[in-house]
Every structure is written in C-alpha cells, then in structure tokens.
Design a protein around this ligand. Structure first.
Ligand code: AMP
Length: 202
C-alpha cells in the first residue's frame, strides 16, 4: 500500500512568523551568535532569514542525510558533508527547518562541538514534541499526537511531485490524484500545479 502521509502546506507568511519568533527568543535569552550553521537542505532558508534578523553575516553549512524523499525515512541520520568553514572560538547557532526524530540536529550539534566553538545553541522553525532532541529555540511546536509532514515553501514542488507519483499508483488520472491528495494527505492543490509536476498525466 502506498504511504500517503497527512500533510500541512505552509506559506511564506508562516516562515516569516517562525523566523520572527525564533529571533525574539534568541534575543530574549541574551544570546548573540557570531555564526549560523544551516543544515543542508532544510536549514538553509531558515539560516539565511535568522542571519538577516540577528545581524549575523557568517553562514556555514553542514549536510546531514536522513529522510529520503517526502515522508520516507532513509535509515539513521548520517553526516555526509562536513562544516563548510572554521568555527573555533565562535558562538554558534545551528539551524534546521524541523525537528521530527531530532536525530539530524543532535548529530549536527555533536559534530560542530568537536570543532571547538565557544558555544553551540540549536534552533528549528518547527519542533514536533515527540522529537528525542529538543532545540534551544523553535518557532512553533506540533503536539506529539498531531504528527504531519510539513510542506515548506522551499520543498513544495519536490513534495508535490513525490506525493503525486504515489497517489497516481493508487488512482491514475490528474483529477483522481488531486482528490486522493486532498482526502488522504489533507493537501488541496490546484490542478495546474499537478500538471506541472506530472505533465504526462491525462
Ligand atoms: P529529523 O532528523 O527526523 O529531525 O528530520 C530531519 C529533516 O528531515 C528535517 O530537517 C526535514 O528537512 C525533514 N523532515 C523530517 N520530518 C519532517 C516533517 N514531519 N515534515 C517536513 N520535513 C521533515
């Protein structure tokens, strides 16, 4: 049976709100990061937005892989590309879009600590309460019994393509795929968007 997760599509307005909330919490804590590490790929946009708000110009990346395509896990989290620069002696903020199992941020924090920064804090725009790792800051918490696949604006087309392919195996045809996504995933998408990701579908 095809796995079709419950989804929540989010907007750039949600993203701005999370960025503002995390920024306010970082400031209120009196924290002043000197560099931000964005996890590839989900943490890049959050890292850039937080850098802008907090006045942090130094952005670095670190690649942790864990989830394959939309809502299908790919074994344990693995670090597949190291830190893109030196962080010794710096106050760091390590950022991801969401903590779900929490493995990515936990692994990233451990890796970064080995590079001898002055301090390391962590942030996620969305934190699922069932995560085994709790970041220092987050923008919104999802209760543990309300797990969803969060469709971030920077992952919309990839998520839609993957989910449409799965729905198509259950119910072929553009209209049927649209109905299945609405029913099974709670995702209402315009037909034009589906046509863009599945141009060959009748
Ligand atoms: P995790 O290590 O399980 O905390 O999740 C690592 C990464 O997988 C996140 O940075 C997201 O890019 C992606 N991811 C995991 N769970 C979700 C979810 N429920 N919704 C959207 N993306 C997710």
């Amino acid at each position: 049976m095809e796995e079709l997760p419950r989804c929540r599509r989010t907007s750039w307005t949600d993203v701005e709100r999370w960025a503002d909330t995390v920024t306010e919490r970082v400031r209120r804590a009196g924290s002043a990061p000197e560099a931000i590490v964005g996890l590839t790929r989900g943490g890049w946009v959050p890292a850039r937005l937080l850098g802008d708000r907090l006045g942090v110009h130094r952005l670095l990346s670190l690649r942790v892989q864990h989830w394959g395509v939309t809502a299908s896990r790919d074994g344990r989290a693995r670090l597949t590309e190291g830190l893109s620069g030196e962080v010794a002696g710096l106050r760091l903020l390590v950022v991801d879009d969401i903590t779900d199992t929490g493995e990515s941020l936990r692994l990233a924090r451990e890796h970064v600590l080995a590079a001898r920064p002055r301090s390391v804090e962590t942030a996620a725009f969305v934190h699922i309460a069932s995560s085994s790792f709790v970041p220092d800051y987050w923008g919104e918490e999802i209760p543990r019994d309300a797990w969803v696949w969060v469709v971030f604006p920077w992952n919309y087309w990839e998520d839609l393509r993957t989910l449409a392919e799965r729905a198509e195996r259950l119910t072929p045809g553009l209209e049927a795929v649209r109905a299945t996504l609405a029913e099974r995933c709670g995702l209402d998408v315009p037909l034009e968007d589906l046509r863009r990701v599945r141009p060959a579908l009748p």
